[in-house]
Design a protein around this ligand. Structure first.
Ligand SMILES: Nc1nc2c(ncn2[C@@H]2O[C@H](COP(=O)(O)OP(=O)(O)OP(=O)(O)O)[C@@H](O)[C@H]2O)c(=O)[nH]1
Ligand SMILES: [Mg+2]
Length: 234
């Protein structure tokens, strides 16, 4: 019997995307734009956190948001209502964004152009673009978007065991934002355990505790993000 050929399609998709993401990152460096990829499960508080961050970043960084969803424009509408420049990206049913989808959003913001991701001459200068990825703890972590910083949110109601169950998300991210800490009294959520679980997956992960509702920890988060942006621009 003829030997069956097995083609590892997924592997090549990831490799192609990784190369594309590197190209995009180099283009962003030339354009002086810092791209932050924000990932988490649905409803953990990404949009609410960005709305709170908008108040803290006002006057400090020029920024815009790319809201990615399977459908709807509710998140982009919330950001625009708050005065933050925002575009909505529809993934056509996909549960993640890859580098090329991210590129299309950045082109829509008028920041990069062409296959070489050249900076757009004379365009409005932005320091930071935040990509709110599709709410999902698995797929977004598998695709490099070309971001300079990968951040994940874990909200208190989700439980402190998530780094144990979704390893890649925590291995990949530079920062873990533990959110909704205002509801800590109502949940069996162990703050020491979540840090230990996250560090077990990624010893370099930077963990920060915030509540977008009360504002606790938000100043510290804004400072952290601004520092990363300025270091990138140097
Ligand atoms: N108590 C509390 N609730 C919060 C906080 N942040 C967000 N929420 C609530 O959590 C719910 C979901 O918030 P969103 O910001 O829409 O979450 P999301 O991650 O953007 O959701 P998707 O875009 O659908 O993945 C809303 O009801 C928010 O009001 C917080 O810090 N504390
Ligand atoms: Mg959202």
């Amino acid at each position: 019997m003829e030997e069956i050929k097995i083609i590892e399609l997924k592997q090549s998709v990831f490799e192609d995307n990784d190369k594309d993401a590197e190209r995009l990152r180099a283009g962003l460096k030339d354009a002086g734009v810092f791209l932050m990829n924000l990932m988490s499960s649905p409803g953990s508080g990404k949009t609410t956190l960005l709305l709170s961050l908008a108040e803290k970043l006002a006057g400090r960084l020029d920024w815009a948001v790319m809201e990615a969803d399977i459908d709807s424009d509710v998140d982009a509408a919330r950001m625009i209502d708050a005065g933050v420049r925002s575009v909505q990206l529809h993934t056509g049913g996909m549960c993640h964004l890859d580098a090329d989808m991210t590129r299309q959003g950045l082109a829509e913001l008028g920041l990069i152009q062409g296959e070489a991701d050249r900076p757009v001459a004379g365009c409005e200068k932005l320091d930071l673009v935040v990509l709110e990825n599709v709410g999902n703890l698995v797929c977004p972590a598998e695709f490099d978007t070309g971001a300079c910083l990968d951040v994940t949110i874990l909200s208190v109601p989700e439980g402190d065991d998530k780094p144990l169950k979704y390893p890649l998300m925590y291995e990949k991210c530079d920062i873990l934002i533990v959110s909704k800490i205002d509801v800590l009294p109502y949940f069996d959520f162990d703050t020491e355990k979540v840090v230990a679980n996250a560090l077990m997956r990624n010893p370099k992960i930077d963990v920060i505790f915030v509540s977008a509702k009360t504002g606790e920890g938000m100043d510290e988060l804004a400072v952290k993000i601004e520092k990363r942006v300025r270091e990138w621009q140097e």
